[in-house]
Design a binder for this molecule. Structure first.
Ligand code: GTP
Ligand code: MG
Length: 234
């Protein structure tokens, strides 16, 4: 019964908060839309930076280090959920300051060492500011999650001048992306017993290990091929 009560309370609280949020967005429609468009512009800037690096690399080494780039501006729904979860005051500035993944750029690389090469190249550009780096490849999450996360600021150039915008960049290999995509789908399955859930967590973490060892082997094969190619040129 108390559980039910708590659910009801949650429902009421969340609903109130979402009403409050919707009202906030309606009242601030213009500045809110403007802010969201800045994030879209920042995504375009960061994507272009990666495409330029990839173009240059392809010319030099005859190989594309980037398989795919997937970008998104955070949806209204997940923005609201995060504001709620982190108890962020409903003002434009506090949303901008406290939520660092409104603009997200996911770069899917071919090999693990492409991740670090691309990250270093991006971070050495003189208009990019690094706010935070989280290396979940060297230090995987307990779930097994692996990726390199960079929270950066990039300038966008507007009529009235330059504006710095925060972007979350996630760099990962195809194998890391494969694991993260499927784990994300399985994570939200409901009606699972505690026992089952512990088993699944262990399974997922082991799958991540297998996936990481595949990455390592593919990397070694690539290194071997490059080396024999160089030796045959000498
Ligand atoms: P958030 O508040 O969720 O953004 O957490 P955070 O600020 O601590 O960021 P964190 O570095 O933990 O991860 C941010 C993003 O990485 C998430 O939004 C996911 O896209 C991804 N991520 C992190 N952990 C996992 C995981 O265990 N599984 C999957 N599939 N994705 C993950
Ligand atoms: Mg996040």
């Amino acid at each position: 019964e108390s559980k039910l009560e708590k659910r009801k309370e949650d429902f009421v609280r969340n609903n109130l908060l979402s009403d409050e949020f919707i009202e906030f967005v309606q009242k601030n429609k213009k500045p809110f839309d403007t802010l969201m468009s800045y994030y879209q512009c920042a995504i375009m800037e960061v994507e272009t930076k990666f495409k330029v690096l990839s173009e240059e690399y392809s010319l030099e080494y005859d190989r594309n280090p980037i398989e795919n780039i997937k970008s998104r501006v955070k949806s209204f729904d997940s923005l609201l959920k995060k504001i709620r979860r982190k108890n962020i005051p409903l003002t434009m500035t506090s949303i901008e300051e406290n939520i660092q993944d409104i603009a997200g750029v996911r770069v899917i690389c071919s090999f693990p060492d492409d991740i670090y090469r691309l990250a270093d190249c991006l971070l050495s550009q003189d208009d990019i500011i690094l706010l935070e780096k989280k290396d979940y490849i060297k230090n995987p999450k307990p779930s097994g999650y692996r990726s390199l996360h960079l929270i950066i600021q990039t300038p966008i150039f507007l009529q009235e001048g330059k504006r710095m915008v925060t972007v979350e960049v996630q760099l990962r290999t195809i194998a890391m992306d494969f694991w993260a995509s499927l784990e994300h789908k399985l994570r939200y399955k409901k009606n699972i017993s505690e026992e089952q859930s512990a088993f699944l967590a262990e399974e997922m973490s082991q799958c991540a290990e297998i996936s990481a060892s595949l990455d390592e082997r593919m990397q070694k094969v690539k290194d071997m091929l490059i080396q024999s190619e160089q030796e045959s040129k000498e």
